[in-house]
Write a protein that binds this ligand. Structure first.
Ligand code: COA
Length: 257
């Protein structure tokens, strides 16, 4: 772990904060390695349930690729870096934990591609989102061309990707690109994380798996996958606790067992 990404431990919740505000939390090697390290560690901590992913400083969640660092890279180094970037983003997307991106200020290029890997997104009112890569002689290379159309549909995604235009938090909300807009984006993300933490951990994990793996399968295969995920919850103590708590009219105490 390095100082480019900070991890705060709040028990069942973590805050993972990109911490290069002087570069608007751009995705240089140190930040990307920090993200990968945090995601790898998160996957091993049993008591951890949800992660708020955010950026340090007033100005940006993340300004995308570190364009200063990129200038010093030769084509092979760019290729190698993009592979690392994709690996770190995929670690969030496939994480057994729930990731919630709390977005403020600039959320551009790789910054938006990072947010797309989270399970939910909350934006502050002043946030600006976009994929400006085609205006820089490249194209979104960390999953943007694949994840954005899956999230908001082909036509809307193409508009953002092919024009490289920037949109407001409100527009992002209308597109379904963010789940919520709130003056206090981090508080709103924590509120969502708290709700996730109240739920049964194995249920949440399997539900994320069912949605992620199943959404583009033919319906019969998707339903079979859902059944497979559901099956994991049947022998759990938490399922019995859920039934008991309902009968006793109290809140359930889930243990992830
Ligand atoms: N990579 C490296 N450094 C970056 C950066 C990036 N993507 N984005 C900003 N910075 C640096 C600036 O170079 C500047 O450094 P300096 O103080 O040494 O000159 C510092 O961060 C502050 O940037 P500035 O533009 O003055 O801040 P701002 O708050 O007014 O604007 C942005 C922030 C993010 C809107 C603006 O910097 C910007 O548009 N950045 C490029 C975003 C982009 O196109 N990303 C996609 C990459 S594919």
């Amino acid at each position: 772990m390095n100082n480019a990404v900070l991890v705060e431990d709040h028990g069942p919740k973590w805050v993972v904060r990109l911490n290069m505000p002087e570069r608007r939390n751009a995705l240089g090697r140190a930040v990307v390695e920090g993200i990968l390290g945090a995601a790898a560690r998160a996957a091993t901590v049993r008591s951890l349930r949800a992660i708020v992913l955010c950026g340090a400083g007033e100005k940006a969640f993340c300004a995308g690729a570190d364009l200063k660092e990129r200038q010093g890279l030769n084509p092979d180094e760019v290729r190698e870096f993009v592979t690392l970037l994709n690996r770190s983003f995929r670690a969030i997307e496939t994480s057994p934990k729930v990731w919630i991106a709390a977005i403020h200020g600039a959320c551009l290029g790789g910054g938006l591609e990072l947010a797309l890997c989270a399970d939910m997104r909350v934006a502050q009112r002043d946030a600006v989102l976009g994929l400006p890569e085609v205006r820089l002689g490249i194209l979104p290379g960390a999953g943007g061309t694949q994840r954005l159309p899956r999230l908001i549909g082909m036509a809307r995604a193409k508009e953002l990707i092919l024009t490289g235009s920037r949109i407001s938090a409100k527009e992002a909300l209308n597109l379904g690109l963010v789940n919520r807009v709130d003056e206090d984006h981090e508080a709103a993300a924590h509120a969502l994380a708290d709700e996730v933490c109240e739920a049964a951990p194995i249920s949440v994990q399997q539900a994320k798996r069912a949605v992620n793996l199943g959404w583009d399968l033919p319906i019969e295969e998707g339903l079979a996958l859902e059944r497979e995920c559901y099956e994991v919850t049947i022998p759990t103590q938490d399922r019995l606790e859920g039934l008991r708590a309902f009968a006793e009219k109290r809140a359930p105490q889930f243990k992830g067992e």
